[in-house]
Design a protein around this ligand. Structure first.
Ligand SMILES: [Zn+2]
Length: 226
Protein backbone atom coordinates (compact mmCIF):
# COMPACT_ATOMS: atom_id res chain seq x y z
CA UNK A 1 0.00 0.00 0.00
CA UNK A 2 2.86 2.33 0.97
CA UNK A 3 4.57 1.50 -2.36
CA UNK A 4 1.42 2.33 -4.40
CA UNK A 5 1.05 5.63 -2.54
CA UNK A 6 4.69 6.48 -3.30
CA UNK A 7 4.22 5.75 -7.05
CA UNK A 8 1.04 7.86 -7.06
CA UNK A 9 2.88 10.77 -5.41
CA UNK A 10 5.69 10.42 -7.97
CA UNK A 11 3.28 10.45 -10.96
CA UNK A 12 1.36 13.36 -9.47
CA UNK A 13 4.59 15.31 -8.87
CA UNK A 14 5.90 14.70 -12.40
CA UNK A 15 2.51 15.69 -13.85
CA UNK A 16 2.33 18.80 -11.71
CA UNK A 17 5.89 19.90 -12.52
CA UNK A 18 5.47 19.35 -16.28
CA UNK A 19 2.07 21.09 -16.35
CA UNK A 20 3.48 23.97 -14.32
CA UNK A 21 6.52 24.14 -16.64
CA UNK A 22 4.25 24.14 -19.71
CA UNK A 23 2.15 26.94 -18.19
CA UNK A 24 5.23 29.01 -17.29
CA UNK A 25 6.83 28.49 -20.72
CA UNK A 26 3.61 29.72 -22.37
CA UNK A 27 3.41 32.69 -20.05
CA UNK A 28 6.93 33.81 -20.88
CA UNK A 29 7.37 32.72 -24.52
CA UNK A 30 6.72 35.72 -26.77
CA UNK A 31 3.59 35.34 -28.88
CA UNK A 32 4.48 34.28 -32.43
CA UNK A 33 4.17 37.41 -34.57
CA UNK A 34 2.63 37.18 -38.05
CA UNK A 35 5.13 38.37 -40.64
CA UNK A 36 3.77 41.25 -42.71
CA UNK A 37 6.78 41.63 -45.02
CA UNK A 38 10.42 40.62 -45.29
CA UNK A 39 13.24 43.10 -45.87
CA UNK A 40 16.65 41.94 -47.10
CA UNK A 41 19.51 44.16 -45.98
CA UNK A 42 22.71 43.70 -47.94
CA UNK A 43 25.88 45.18 -46.43
CA UNK A 44 28.03 45.82 -49.52
CA UNK A 45 31.28 43.86 -50.03
CA UNK A 46 32.66 41.78 -47.12
CA UNK A 47 35.27 39.10 -46.49
CA UNK A 48 37.87 39.08 -49.28
CA UNK A 49 36.33 42.26 -50.75
CA UNK A 50 37.01 45.40 -48.70
CA UNK A 51 35.23 47.73 -51.13
CA UNK A 52 36.65 51.26 -51.34
CA UNK A 53 39.25 52.30 -48.77
CA UNK A 54 39.31 55.69 -47.04
CA UNK A 55 42.51 57.73 -46.68
CA UNK A 56 42.61 56.71 -43.01
CA UNK A 57 42.50 53.02 -43.99
CA UNK A 58 38.78 52.55 -43.24
CA UNK A 59 37.13 49.79 -45.29
CA UNK A 60 33.81 50.41 -47.01
CA UNK A 61 32.72 46.86 -46.04
CA UNK A 62 33.00 47.72 -42.31
CA UNK A 63 30.93 50.93 -42.50
CA UNK A 64 28.36 49.15 -44.70
CA UNK A 65 28.03 46.34 -42.14
CA UNK A 66 27.67 48.64 -39.12
CA UNK A 67 25.00 50.78 -40.79
CA UNK A 68 23.15 47.72 -42.17
CA UNK A 69 22.94 46.06 -38.74
CA UNK A 70 21.60 49.29 -37.24
CA UNK A 71 18.94 49.53 -39.98
CA UNK A 72 17.84 45.94 -39.34
CA UNK A 73 17.67 46.42 -35.61
CA UNK A 74 15.71 49.69 -35.92
CA UNK A 75 13.17 48.22 -38.36
CA UNK A 76 12.58 45.31 -35.95
CA UNK A 77 12.01 47.75 -33.09
CA UNK A 78 9.67 49.97 -35.15
CA UNK A 79 7.61 46.98 -36.32
CA UNK A 80 8.39 43.45 -35.08
CA UNK A 81 6.07 42.03 -37.74
CA UNK A 82 8.62 42.98 -40.41
CA UNK A 83 11.12 40.16 -40.85
CA UNK A 84 14.74 41.09 -41.50
CA UNK A 85 17.16 38.92 -43.43
CA UNK A 86 20.77 39.84 -44.17
CA UNK A 87 23.15 38.75 -46.90
CA UNK A 88 25.84 38.80 -44.19
CA UNK A 89 25.88 39.77 -40.51
CA UNK A 90 29.63 39.82 -39.99
CA UNK A 91 32.77 39.92 -42.12
CA UNK A 92 32.22 36.22 -42.84
CA UNK A 93 30.65 35.64 -46.26
CA UNK A 94 28.66 32.55 -47.27
CA UNK A 95 29.69 32.56 -50.95
CA UNK A 96 32.88 31.82 -52.93
CA UNK A 97 35.50 34.56 -53.20
CA UNK A 98 34.77 35.74 -56.72
CA UNK A 99 32.66 38.63 -57.95
CA UNK A 100 30.10 36.81 -60.08
CA UNK A 101 29.33 34.18 -57.38
CA UNK A 102 29.29 36.99 -54.82
CA UNK A 103 26.66 39.04 -56.67
CA UNK A 104 24.61 35.96 -57.58
CA UNK A 105 24.47 34.90 -53.91
CA UNK A 106 23.24 38.34 -52.84
CA UNK A 107 20.46 38.19 -55.44
CA UNK A 108 19.50 34.64 -54.35
CA UNK A 109 19.14 35.80 -50.73
CA UNK A 110 17.36 39.01 -51.79
CA UNK A 111 14.83 36.99 -53.79
CA UNK A 112 13.44 35.59 -50.50
CA UNK A 113 12.33 39.09 -49.43
CA UNK A 114 9.70 41.67 -50.40
CA UNK A 115 12.16 44.60 -50.29
CA UNK A 116 15.92 44.74 -50.81
CA UNK A 117 18.40 47.42 -49.85
CA UNK A 118 22.15 47.30 -50.36
CA UNK A 119 24.35 49.65 -48.34
CA UNK A 120 27.56 51.06 -49.85
CA UNK A 121 29.94 54.02 -49.65
CA UNK A 122 30.88 55.99 -52.73
CA UNK A 123 34.44 56.82 -53.75
CA UNK A 124 36.02 59.24 -56.19
CA UNK A 125 39.50 60.41 -57.19
CA UNK A 126 38.36 63.90 -56.26
CA UNK A 127 38.42 63.97 -52.47
CA UNK A 128 36.05 66.97 -52.49
CA UNK A 129 33.10 64.90 -53.70
CA UNK A 130 30.48 64.38 -50.98
CA UNK A 131 26.83 63.43 -50.57
CA UNK A 132 24.59 60.40 -50.81
CA UNK A 133 22.66 58.91 -53.71
CA UNK A 134 20.45 55.97 -54.62
CA UNK A 135 20.22 53.54 -57.53
CA UNK A 136 16.88 51.99 -58.44
CA UNK A 137 15.18 50.48 -61.48
CA UNK A 138 13.57 53.17 -63.67
CA UNK A 139 10.04 51.85 -63.18
CA UNK A 140 10.33 50.95 -59.48
CA UNK A 141 7.93 53.47 -57.93
CA UNK A 142 7.98 51.89 -54.45
CA UNK A 143 11.76 52.25 -54.16
CA UNK A 144 11.56 55.79 -55.54
CA UNK A 145 9.13 56.68 -52.74
CA UNK A 146 11.40 55.08 -50.11
CA UNK A 147 14.48 56.96 -51.43
CA UNK A 148 12.56 60.24 -51.46
CA UNK A 149 11.48 59.65 -47.88
CA UNK A 150 15.04 58.75 -46.76
CA UNK A 151 16.27 62.02 -48.34
CA UNK A 152 13.54 64.02 -46.58
CA UNK A 153 14.57 62.58 -43.21
CA UNK A 154 18.30 63.10 -43.84
CA UNK A 155 17.62 66.71 -44.85
CA UNK A 156 15.95 67.34 -41.47
CA UNK A 157 19.12 66.08 -39.78
CA UNK A 158 21.29 68.23 -42.12
CA UNK A 159 23.27 65.17 -43.15
CA UNK A 160 25.41 65.87 -46.24
CA UNK A 161 24.00 66.68 -49.68
CA UNK A 162 21.46 64.75 -51.72
CA UNK A 163 22.95 63.70 -55.05
CA UNK A 164 19.64 62.25 -56.17
CA UNK A 165 18.12 59.02 -57.40
CA UNK A 166 19.86 57.39 -60.37
CA UNK A 167 18.17 54.94 -62.68
CA UNK A 168 19.93 51.65 -63.44
CA UNK A 169 18.96 52.34 -67.07
CA UNK A 170 21.81 54.86 -66.99
CA UNK A 171 24.22 52.80 -64.86
CA UNK A 172 23.30 49.14 -64.64
CA UNK A 173 23.77 47.43 -61.28
CA UNK A 174 23.52 43.64 -61.15
CA UNK A 175 21.91 43.29 -57.72
CA UNK A 176 19.23 45.91 -58.39
CA UNK A 177 18.51 44.84 -61.98
CA UNK A 178 18.36 41.09 -61.30
CA UNK A 179 15.85 41.34 -58.45
CA UNK A 180 12.17 41.56 -59.37
CA UNK A 181 11.23 43.10 -56.00
CA UNK A 182 11.65 46.79 -55.03
CA UNK A 183 15.45 47.11 -54.76
CA UNK A 184 17.69 49.99 -53.74
CA UNK A 185 21.43 50.47 -53.72
CA UNK A 186 22.13 53.26 -51.25
CA UNK A 187 25.52 55.02 -51.41
CA UNK A 188 25.48 56.66 -47.98
CA UNK A 189 28.42 59.02 -48.55
CA UNK A 190 31.95 59.37 -49.97
CA UNK A 191 34.59 57.35 -48.16
CA UNK A 192 37.20 59.19 -50.29
CA UNK A 193 36.18 62.46 -48.60
CA UNK A 194 38.05 62.62 -45.27
CA UNK A 195 35.32 64.56 -43.49
CA UNK A 196 32.50 62.32 -44.74
CA UNK A 197 34.53 59.19 -44.02
CA UNK A 198 34.91 60.31 -40.40
CA UNK A 199 31.21 61.18 -40.17
CA UNK A 200 30.11 57.78 -41.51
CA UNK A 201 32.11 56.08 -38.77
CA UNK A 202 30.47 58.11 -36.00
CA UNK A 203 27.75 56.61 -33.80
CA UNK A 204 25.49 59.64 -34.31
CA UNK A 205 25.65 59.76 -38.12
CA UNK A 206 25.28 55.98 -38.43
CA UNK A 207 22.14 56.22 -36.29
CA UNK A 208 20.79 59.16 -38.32
CA UNK A 209 21.27 57.22 -41.58
CA UNK A 210 19.83 54.05 -40.05
CA UNK A 211 16.82 55.84 -38.56
CA UNK A 212 16.03 57.68 -41.82
CA UNK A 213 16.29 54.47 -43.84
CA UNK A 214 14.31 52.34 -41.38
CA UNK A 215 11.50 54.88 -41.01
CA UNK A 216 11.16 55.25 -44.80
CA UNK A 217 11.00 51.46 -45.32
CA UNK A 218 8.57 50.84 -42.44
CA UNK A 219 6.26 53.68 -43.59
CA UNK A 220 6.21 52.30 -47.14
CA UNK A 221 5.42 48.77 -45.91
CA UNK A 222 2.59 50.14 -43.75
CA UNK A 223 1.21 52.02 -46.77
CA UNK A 224 1.13 48.84 -48.84
CA UNK A 225 0.08 46.24 -46.28
CA UNK A 226 -2.38 48.14 -44.09
ZN1 LIG B 1 30.49 49.49 -52.71
Amino acid sequence: MKKILLIFICIFSIGFVSSFGYMISHLFTPVQQDIVATVCIDPGHGGYDSGAIGNDGTYEKDIALEVSLRIGSMISKMDPSIQIIYTRQSDVISWPENESEDLKARVDIGQRADFYISIHCNSNESTDMSGYCFYIKETDTQSRRICQSISDHLKKFHYSSNNGIESTNVQSLYVVDQLDIPSILFEIGYISNDNECKKMQSWLIQNIIAYSTSKAIVDQIHKIYS
